[in-house]
Ligand binder design. Structure first.
Ligand code: PLP
Length: 446
């Protein structure tokens, strides 16, 4: 080993500009409420709830104490063929929150694992129903379903896929829902539901009885917040029902209140067959992912298995980890007791008003938003992503942490944020974006 013990060299950072980061690091040392502290001791407001995962704010004592207690009571138990109370309690609590007969929960440790688990559940469900030939998946352009090979195959974000050669066979992509005429539309666009008919075209092309499931994020988050057009998800549901295809909502970002309702499924009034979640389920403090499963799907798989044998050959060493479950239960208590989903809904219009007010800055080319989630497209500079990356750095240096994908800025405040925090986030954003516009020689419309 060549370098000093405190060097930044040895950690190969995920989805990061490693070389540049290590020459100009952005380090955070503490977090409380809606603020981080950087390594110079300065406050940095959290504009994106960590990575969409801390709706209850940082440093929640109730969660820390639950985790601490759990570590001293039962730190680990193998999840295969053995159990502990907390995973059953958390599954019941999550089932109570999910709409319709989404009554069962399969635990994983991340959104990516939840997605891959959902793909396997779909395959096994059809096998149990006597249709093992249903092995195709349909997802969307610009989708993000995590980075494991299953989710990567579903994904429609080009940079995430292009390096890794052939992904799973039998996955096809329908169009995303962004259209020129929906620029600056707030919430759901009135038009565009017919884009869901792409699914019918794939049914016509491949045969309904070859398709296992259709995966969509209710709001496509990581690609820059694409809100579904009115009636779009209903139409997908109808087509899936007509052809026996499972509809899967990937709610890793939308789940647990981001839309102002508990799930995107509630916000848009459509119940999927499987619902993947992660992130906010533990307020981001312990890794956890999960798949919500409709009762008939669970029954079909479990009842087709042997009387005393394993029905589903899938699971993780840390599925339903006691410490993650303790964090999850404490998080659900906070969301319920502090009525945080209602609070998110109440704060949404103030937040969106301020985000949409950025429209007058000439480098802003589109804004989309729903609930406490917004995407702001920035005019590309010389190379895709160059402006976005500079803005990420300038925001951080100016005291705000935000998310940027390519040239889209994404904001997602914690549900405990107050109006003054939204003001601070948007003031900082406006200042940085205006400076970039000036530098590019563009003036604010007066
Ligand atoms: N699915 C969606 C919709 C996501 O937004 C993400 C992450 O942002 C994932 C899956 C992957 O989650 P993880 O990073 O926990 O694997």
């Amino acid at each position: 080993m060549k370098s000093a013990a405190n060097s930044l060299e040895h950690h190969w950072m995920p989805f990061s500009a490693n070389k540049h980061f290590k020459s100009e690091p952005r380090l955070v040392t503490e977090a409380k409420g809606v603020y981080f502290k950087n390594n110079r001791g300065e406050a940095v407001i959290d504009g994106v709830s960590g990575l969409f995962c801390t709706p209850c704010g940082h440093g929640r004592r109730e969660i820390a104490e639950a985790v601490h207690r759990q570590l001293l009571t039962l730190d680990y138990v193998p999840p295969f063929q053995f159990g502990h109370d907390l995973s059953f309690t958390l599954a019941r609590r999550v089932a109570e929150l999910m709409p319709g007969d989404l009554d069962y929960v399969f635990f994983a440790n991340s959104g990516s694992e939840a997605v891959d688990s959902a793909m396997k559940i779909a395959l096994q469900y059809h096998r149990a129903k006597g249709q093992p030939q249903r092995t195709r998946f349909v997802s969307r352009e610009r989708a993000y379903h995590g980075v494991n090979f299953g989710g990567l195959s579903l994904a429609g974000m080009v940079r995430n896929r292009e390096t890794f050669g052939s992904t799973l066979p039998g996955v096809s992509h329908i169009r995303h829902t962004w259209r020129e005429e929906t620029r600056f539309v707030r919430g759901e666009a009135d038009t565009g539901a017919q884009l869901a008919d792409d699914l019918q075209r794939h049914v016509d092309l491949y045969g309904a009885d070859t398709i296992a499931a259709c995966f969509v994020e209710p709001i496509a988050g990581s690609t820059g917040v694409l809100v579904p057009p009115k009636g779009y998800l209903e139409r997908l549901r109808e087509i899936c029902d007509r052809h026996g295809i499972l509809l899967v909502f990937d709610e890793v970002i939308c789940g647990f209140g981001r839309t102002g309702k508990t799930f995107g499924a509630d916000a848009f009034g459509v119940v999927p067959d499987l619902l993947t979640m992660a992130k906010a389920i533990t307020n981001g403090v312990v890794p956890m992912g999960a798949v919500g499963v409709r009762e008939p799907v669970y029954r079909a798989v479990v009842e087709s298995g042997p009387a005393k044998g394993i029905e589903f050959f899938h699971g993780y060493t840390y599925s339903g980890h006691p410490v993650a479950c303790a964090a999850g239960l404490a998080t659900l208590d906070i969301l319920r007791d502090e009525k945080l989903v209602e609070k998110a809904a109440a704060l949404s219009s103030y937040f969106l008003d301020q985000v949409y007010a950025l429209r007058d800055i000439p480098i802003v080319t589109d804004i989309r938003g729903y609930g406490l989630l917004a995407g702001v497209d920035l005019a590309q500079a010389d190379k895709p992503g160059a402006r976005g990356y500079e803005i990420l750095q300038d925001l951080f240096n100016g005291g705000m942490l935000a998310r940027v994908t390519v040239d889209t800025l994404i904001l997602a405040p914690a549900f405990v944020a107050e109006k003054q925090h939204i003001d601070e986030m948007l003031d900082k954003t406006r200042r940085v974006l205006s400076r970039h516009a000036q530098r590019a020689g563009l003036k604010l419309a007066s």
